[in-house]
Design a protein around this ligand. Structure first.
Ligand code: IPD
Ligand code: CA
Ligand code: CA
Length: 274
């Protein structure tokens, strides 16, 4: 682990990060209370077999987070997974996944998180990903480093793919779309030590940042899945681009985040042949 940086954050940054951590922690408590109790599960799509779902926990967490952001920053825009919001063109945008890993959650599989990103002028400035089961708060802000709870974190230094474990995920329309990551998965798996499919892209990115994974890729994520996680990876010394090596934007269709050392090798494997 890298030595903790000296805290020289500006007051504004300290306030925003504190707000984000408190928000993620309270949203995590809401989600955890549903996890230990009862919740209903609804399908969001028809075909095939309605595997994209939403639960009471997603809705309650999102309602709480949006409410708090609106109270504190009424002029800021918010982009969340479950509620259609109006984007007014504010220079500040909150990008929120109130429960990343809903399928895990709905199966009592304790691996999910709350992801909150804060953007200014289309640039991600700060990100928080909270794992309420492990009480792990991952947070980072631009040029300020990345942290797990109070300790500075950094990516691995492994440069040989055969010594790496990398994470990935598959889109909900995997049975009907050919852009479903199955070909890419088959291309990567013989070239690495292992591939993990955790069911939470936000935690995967946080785990790249803290060195539990050497890299991660996915092809069809949404901004709420990856925005906070990409700044964690970047501030921990890693690299995040799309599958073609271009910078991450709000609606980037693919994400590759690595410890930097294996980035080009992973991109080469993921580059479409046609
Ligand atoms: C999903 C998770 C999963 C990833 C999917 C995402 P959700 O988000 O991050 O790991 O593979 O592509 O949609 O639906 O649990 O918020
Ligand atoms: Ca998600
Ligand atoms: Ca979600």
């Amino acid at each position: 682990m890298r030595k903790p940086k000296r805290m020289t954050h500006s007051t504004n940054t300290i306030e925003i990060i504190k707000f984000m951590k408190d928000l993620a922690s309270e949203a995590g408590a809401i989600v955890a209370s549903y996890f230990q109790g009862c919740f209903t599960v609804q399908s969001k799509d028809e075909a095939p077999n309605g595997i994209d779902i939403v639960t009471d926990a997603d809705k309650a967490s999102e309602h709480f987070i949006m409410d708090q952001i609106r109270k504190s920053f009424p002029a800021h825009d918010i982009l969340t997974e479950e509620t259609k919001t109006e984007i007014t063109g504010s220079k500040f945008l909150w990008v929120v996944d109130p429960l990343d890993g809903t399928v895990n959650f709905s199966h009592s599989y304790p691996h999910f998180g709350i992801s909150i990103g804060f953007m200014e002028d289309n640039i991600i400035k700060a990100g928080v990903v909270f794992d309420p089961m492990r009480q792990e708060m991952f947070w980072a802000y631009r040029s300020g480093g990345a942290f797990l709870n109070e300790a500075a974190i950094s990516v691995t230094q492994t440069d040989n793919l055969y010594r790496c474990i990398v994470g990935t995920g598959f889109p909900y329309d995997k049975a009907k779309s050919s852009i479903n990551n199955i070909k890419e998965f088959c291309q990567v798996i013989p070239k690495v030590q292992g591939v993990r499919r955790s069911g939470s892209a936000a935690l995967d990115l946080a785990w790249v940042a803290c060195g539990r994974l050497d890299g991660f890729w996915e092809l069809k994520l949404k901004p709420w899945d990856f925005m906070a996680g990409t700044i964690l990876a970047h501030e921990a010394g890693g690299k995040a681009t799309d599958r073609y090596g271009s910078s991450i934007e709000l609606w980037s269709p693919s994400i590759v985040a690595t410890n930097t050392f294996i980035h080009d090798d992973l991109l080469r494997i993921l580059t479409p042949d046609d």
